[in-house]
Write a protein that binds this ligand. Sequence first.
Ligand code: SF4
Length: 367
Amino acid sequence: GTPTVSESPLHPRRVSRRIMVGPVPVGGGAPISVQSMTNTPTTDINATLQQIAELAAAGCDIVRVAVPSQDDADALPIIVRKSPIPVIADIHFQSRYVFQAIDAGCAAVRVNPGNIRKFDEVGPSICRAAEDAGISLRIGVNAGSLDKDLYARYGGPTPEALVASALKEAHMFEDVGFHDFKISVKHHDPVTMVETYRLLASKGDWPLHLGVTEAGPAWQGTIKSCLAFGALLAEGIGDTIRVSLSASPVEEVKVGCKILEYLGLRQRHFDIISCPSCGRAQVDVIQLANEVTEGLKDITAPIRVAVMGCIVNGPGEAREADLGVASGNGKGQIIIKGKVVKTVPEDQIVPTLLETARQIAGEMEEL
Ligand code: SF4
């Protein structure tokens, strides 16, 4: 899951300053990282570590854990020590937990100075502690928790209101000489979200953490995230992303990784090209495509497999793939790099494709 591509073929990246989240650079042209957040109680250390391992295996670069209580703060040292990826503590209100998270070795803390009690008094020492530990912070502005004054002044969580809130928070850190932070300005509506990030991007060089917040269940949330992240990343805006779904965080990571892969911002893994099928199809393309995708989901080599329903367009469309099948007449032509290598009966199409795909993926990985 290590990101290896930092430049978009679509647009030069916005120039942002670089911060570090443990060993993962964010901003300053670094590859765009994928984040998620555990949904286990942080106090349940084993369950949290188990979920972090699953997230890391799915391609997650950075994980965030919620720290709403003293017991959660107490769980941080072990979680940090055993996590294979950098851990960010998500803290509201209590400066005490921020210090604890820093001591625990968290790679970063998500904390808004505006909601820390008595920031005037504790702010400078929080920033000093973060600096001494070499960790970064994140300001996270959310439409749902916009402060009342700004809500009233702008008549709601408009892009201008969210950006004003972010700037206010950013200045609180900058006024005490702290600059190693990134910012998110999340909204549930993709259009408002895009407008908000565009506006914020024009105001300074902070690295930006993209998120459509409360995006909904997997299907709706995936579409909203693809649209909003796609629009911004295609303009070069965004340094790290978190897809928020009312679903398993592993799903968030899969969507995040695929968004980056399909935008050319992360090296591709296995991908399937399959036709929609039409009246010409002589096999059940949908079933074939699903079986091939399921059978190859663990492949990490950047192999492309094409599943085409007929031999009219099949061979041509399969030519661009590493491996493909064009079906017809109860048989499937197996095509490797554009050449028909054999013809197999229909019931042998899936096993032949899976076996051949694994051979090709193995050869790719040896290189
Ligand atoms: Fe139809 Fe054949 Fe094209 Fe599939 S490959 S959509 S079956 S014409």
